[in-house]
Design a protein around this ligand. Sequence first.
Ligand code: ADP
Length: 628
Amino acid sequence: MPGPGKAVAELPEGAADSRNAHVTVDGGGGVVPPGRLSILRDADGSLTLNDLLAAERRPGGAGFVPLSGPFSRGYTRDVYWLRLEVARTPDADREWWLVAWPPFVDDVRLYTPDASGRYIEQRGGDHVPVPERSLAVRETVFPLTLGVEPRTFYLRVASTSTLTLSLELCTPQGFAERSVFTNTRQGVFTGLLLTSVIVSLLSALWLRRRFFIVATLYLCAYGALHFVLNGYDQLILYPGQPWLADHVVGVLGTLTAGLLIHFVLAYLEPGRAYRGLTLILSALAWLCLFWAVLSAAGLYALIAPWFQFTALLILVLLIALMLMMLPRARRRATLMLVMFLPSLLAALAQVMRNLGVLPTNFWTTGLWEWTTLFQIPFAAVVVLLRVREIEQEHQLVRAREQAQRGLINMIAHELRTPLAVIDAAIANLEARTLKDDPGLRPRYRRIQTALTRLNTLVDNALAQDRLQGGEVDIVRQPVAPSDLAAQVRELLDIDVGRHPLKVRLPQDDTPVRVDSHWLCLAVLNLLDNAIKYSPDGGPIALNFDRDAAALIIGVEDHGIGIPPQARERLFERLYRADNARALPGVGGLGIGLYLVREIVRRHGGEVRVESAPGTGSRFTLRIPVTGH
Ligand code: ADP
């Protein structure tokens, strides 16, 4: 925001008329004779000031031409010299600041004549004009002492990126007022950026979803790029290593482009619908990240021209993707469009400027600062909306689980009484008829086995309901492994006839502190499965082992085994593998292993499965016995 007493010389702002070729002063300083602004190209950057001054003394001068007409260089490594002839009115202040903008022009030097006519070199960034600022901003400002007689100053400008330069002459008062505005805007931006990064970082830590991690990285890179382009990197980049600016801008620019693609892809999830486009964008994202690495190694100058085209392509593809996703994911695609369209258009304007299609002016250079101010908090809104979506998904899953639990619980309760009646009636019948017809024994045995299975199912259903409802406390009491094995054996009320059960006990039978009721239930479920899923018979091993920290219980069979693709889901509630479903006459609810894992987890332990389809399975429970 210009303060009073401002002099403006703009290079190359739409300089079709001669106003831009002169330094004019208006406001507090009163009217001064117009200064002159002229320009000289130093293609290989080899000219020194002394060469220039010597050439100026020769007839025809050094070749400065008045600056007029549009000036657009895009990416250039040429050096430009500017000659300013400035004076003040007798009643105006003597002390002024010459402000060069934008601050990321790599190297700006001002040569000021002293009283004896010698030129003193000052470098942009050497001066911090408002020292009480909390952040040392890299402002390219120079103090100028103006006389009533015009004095000639030389400015040398070198840039390895685009060349756009605005020159302003401000009184100290005017500069301070201008700074208040820029600082307030920067303060608002910093606050918004930090809030947005914290919001998405917390979401990433809390929900552990890829989207939030990508969002956090994107916001950090984008924010850092903004800081660097606004000159806040002075402390690390300047003075002394201006070449670093090029590296950092290159690294952050390419990194931000790569992360932008990942951010949009992670949010819109276009994978299945637009596989080809997704693949192309992913490839471009990785290319940008690769370029970020190369830029860090100092190769940005080689990459820069390619990056211009790539960035243009990325922007066009991203806008196309958002539009294509509108019918499929209307809310998300609309949000992305609203969030990115201003920035994308601003970036597009910049890329077109760098390619020379649009003029290099302040509109194309400065627009993106404002769009950043809009985009950063919007990203936080997108992150929060995603958190809400996930919460709603969880609520839905919880409601579904609740309904399932209610149904299973009701059926299990209703089955209990008739099962008890059948059990008693069979025992009665067996007692009466077995004496007269001992040949019925195997049939009774089969009925008993089926009944036990049904009872196990009902017990499991009720147990999982109690576990899920959080009604269960693990009560640890000392029990010797041999007692645990005996309890299991006793409760294993099933005909194991074709499945010889081999129990191995540890040498050290000192008691361990576990909840024997729940642990027995877990082992019984494993044994029940081992029998169920070994239709051709085969031995079953129940091994108890110990090490210094844990009781290890293994159940091993020679049955159908578990297909590799089923392993991940094995412990999910109600999951059953395909080969188990295909077994005739073998039923199940898919609750047993869920119970096993819950019981072991509540003991602070873990379950391991090893299995080869067609060969058999081994389940190992590791129950820590100390420290709990
Ligand atoms: P259920 O046995 O009632 O189906 P579980 O939760 O006990 O439910 O087991 C889940 C699934 O794990 C089974 O359906 C089966 O596919 C597989 N499974 C468990 N134990 C074994 C085993 N010993 N051998 C082969 N598959 C097994």
